[in-house]
Design a protein around this ligand. Structure first.
Ligand code: BDR
Ligand code: CA
Length: 307
């Protein structure tokens, strides 16, 4: 039986690849997509989500638009994906359908409420929608079996201000609300996602996928790689695809539990995530952090789904 999921995202090239994987995996039943601001304004991430889903034959998957800005501060956009949030594929048809009238938070609440069993929610953008869901509909939170979130960083250099990861930095108050919500949270942060990079062997593998989808992903990656190459000297990181892949195969990463806090006052670094692995502050663990990844197995899965 495929695992039903709800997917909250801000496409974004890496969100886009994760969306493709979610739709194409026979292990996943993609019940709906909700969008948030982040890599671009929410109107653009919504349009991008619909364009991608329609291109891959998933026009039946409902899309609900979410928060226009973070819960408690102005929106600072990501820079990796260009002004549209999905540069590199101007030929991708514009949306032929609109998003649902329902707000993302209400859509998530409704889907969770009607689910026969608690289900997995994947989030690969700032946590605005999930934070708002916690505030608006605490009654449905027990229906979230696990929230797999791409965000945070603990051990590595970051792409913004070390040690702050973009999704955490964009809406740290929403993250704090989620961390305090008791939703079972798995954090797939830069510690592992910066180990799944698109370099020469991956480009070669992708070049062998001579289909419209293969060429589209190649065009996305050529744009997406620029910022990574210029700022960190590495290829594009498959942040969001790795988080999504854990629905299919949780053993791709190793995780350890910890109490996670987030710096809301820029005491050290705004939006930085801090882990107490040893319960030194006497606070219960509130997340599991992915700290090791089998990159070869991840890429085998990703290319399988793109092929
Ligand atoms: C995260 O931020 C965005 O740029 C990516 O889509 C990913 O979700 C990485 O820090
Ligand atoms: Ca994202």
């Amino acid at each position: 039986m495929p695992t039903p999921i709800l997917y909250d995202c801000d496409p974004g090239h890496d969100d886009a690849i994760a969306l493709v994987m979610a739709h194409r995996s026979s292990a996943i039943d993609l019940l709906g997509v909700t969008t948030t601001c982040g890599n671009a304004e929410v109107e653009k991430t919504t349009s991008n989500a619909i364009r991608i889903l329609d291109f891959i034959g998933a026009s039946h998957v409902p899309v609900a638009q979410g928060c226009v800005r973070p819960l408690a501060r102005p929106l600072i956009l990501g820079t990796a994906d260009g002004p549209s949030g999905l540069e590199g594929s101007p030929y991708l048809p514009m949306p032929r359908r609109t998003a649902l009238k329902q707000h993302a938070v209400d859509f998530l609440a409704e889907k969770l409420e009607e689910a026969p069993e608690p289900m997995i929610v994947v989030a690969t953008g700032p946590l605005c929608n999930i934070g708002l869901l916690v505030l608006k509909r605490p009654d449905v939170l027990p229906k979230i079996k696990e929230l797999i979130w791409m965000g945070g960083v603990f051990y590595r250099k970051s792409e913004i201000i070390t040690p702050t990861e973009f999704n955490a930095f964009c809406d740290p108050e929403a993250l704090k609300i989620v961390l305090d919500s008791q939703i079972p949270l798995t954090m797939v942060g830069l510690d592992v996602t910066m180990q799944v990079l698109i370099e020469a062997p991956q480009y070669e593998e992708l070049a062998g996928i001579d289909t419209p989808l293969g060429r589209l992903v190649m065009d996305w990656l050529k744009f997406y790689e620029k910022l990574h190459r210029n700022s960190m000297g590495v290829g594009g990181a498959m942040h969001d695809p790795l988080a999504l892949a854990l629905v299919i195969d949780p053993s791709l990463v190793r995780t350890r539990p910890a109490h996670i806090g987030v710096d809301l006052n820029a005491t050290y670094a705004f939006g930085a995530t801090v882990a107490d692995f040893w319960q030194e502050r006497g606070e219960a663990d509130n997340a599991r952090i992915a700290y090791e990844v089998d990159a070869d197995r991840f890429f085998a899965l990703m290319f399988d789904l793109l092929r």
